[in-house]
Design a protein around this ligand. Structure first.
Ligand code: CA
Length: 258
């Protein structure tokens, strides 16, 4: 397939989608993000993790945690649930939209424990407070080991049109990087994770904005428009179909012509 890309032509060979291993990905960024509002506890976790030879980044509230996550794309997240600004569940949802980085959840009480939801085998684990150093180390190591055993390969998505590296938050089309805003990225990520499936406005609001309560369908329409324009500019095709009255469906070229 030959596709015009600005002034250059690039030939796309079938099967050239590269799936780098989790090892290779994580080599780039070997940091652990600690999101905990209790200063003493955050210090303790940091000391334990650093003693294991890993660098740390810290945040004392949920929003800051997410900001650090976007910026540093850490190898592991240690996440408290009871946090100011945004609680741990909200942070976890956003983190999950971007890929499969392992998350160790710190729960404070039995009520939270009852609600330990969204835990995915191999991707998440939890410890209940108070916990000892040894328990924390054991959990961290177990998560990292499972991660590097290759159970989390869906950090990468590739179809006939785009390649998405969720952990690096990069989208490439024919090896050129597409410049997307965080919202556009989350929208594309949501669509690409559900190819050929109609997603409603509300579903997209949930997935790309994290809530649908204070948002409107107009907003989805607007951002779909931005995203479309960028995709069409880069790939000369529009993979997003409008399904009138329902929402949108992502159909990359490879699926269409198949
Ligand atoms: Ca807390």
């Amino acid at each position: 397939m030959v596709r015009e890309l600005g002034h250059t032509f690039s030939v796309r060979r079938p099967g050239m989608n590269r799936f780098r291993s989790w090892y290779e990905l994580r080599m780039k960024d070997d940091k652990v993000l600690i999101v905990e509002d209790d200063d003493d506890l955050r210090d303790l976790v940091r000391t334990v993790v650093e003693r294991e030879g890993m660098a740390t980044i810290e945040a004392a509230d949920g929003r800051e945690g997410l900001r650090q996550f976007y910026e540093h794309r850490p190898r592991l997240v240690i996440l408290d649930i009871g946090l100011p600004q945004m609680n741990g569940w909200q942070v976890l949802e956003r983190v999950r939209e971007l890929g499969n980085v392992p998350v160790l959840i710190l729960t404070a009480n039995a009520d939270e424990l009852d609600k330990v939801r969204g835990l995915r085998e191999g991707a998440d684990d939890y410890v209940t407070k108070p916990f000892g150093r040894q328990e924390l180390i054991a959990r961290v190591e177990a998560l990292l080991r499972r991660a590097s055993d290759g159970q989390m390969r869906d950090d990468l998505h590739a179809d006939g049109l785009v390649e998405i590296d969720f952990s690096q938050r990069r989208v490439t089309i024919d090896d050129s990087e597409l410049d997307l805003t965080p919202t556009e990225f989350r929208l594309l990520a949501a669509l690409a994770r559900h190819p050929n499936q109609v997603l409603s406005h509300d579903q997209l609001l949930e997935m790309a904005w994290g809530d649908s309560a204070n948002r409107s369908r107009q907003q989805v329409k607007l951002y779909i428009g931005y995203l479309r324009r960028k995709l069409v500019d880069a790939a000369a095709e529009d993979p997003i179909e409008t399904v009138r009255g329902f929402g949108y469906r992502y159909r990359p070229s490879a699926t269409k012509s198949a």
